[in-house]
Design a protein around this ligand. Structure first.
Ligand SMILES: [Zn+2]
Length: 78
């Protein structure tokens, strides 16, 4: 007994694929939520929009595109 043979069971393979897709989507969503949580914390203590690495301002356009950005575009490119 070697368990479920995904390769010769089309439905099993689809379910495994769907499960891994959902798991990675969930993982990503949790990451985004954690980022947004940190953004809210920074809003509270007044450091939102300030680069974590160099302390400089993060461009407004960057914050619009990535509201949870923690570094300025210069540091992010490094
Ligand atoms: Zn910076």
């Amino acid at each position: 007994m070697t368990g479920v043979d995904d390769e010769h069971d089309p439905e099993g393979a689809t379910i495994a694929f769907e499960r891994s897709r959902v798991e990675s989507a969930l993982h990503q969503a949790r990451g985004h939520l954690a980022d947004l949580d940190r953004a809210v914390e920074r809003l509270r203590d007044g450091t939102y929009g300030t680069c974590e690495r160099c302390g400089g301002p993060i461009a407004a356009a960057r914050l619009v595109a990535r509201p949870a950005a923690r570094t300025c575009i210069t540091c992010a490119a490094r």
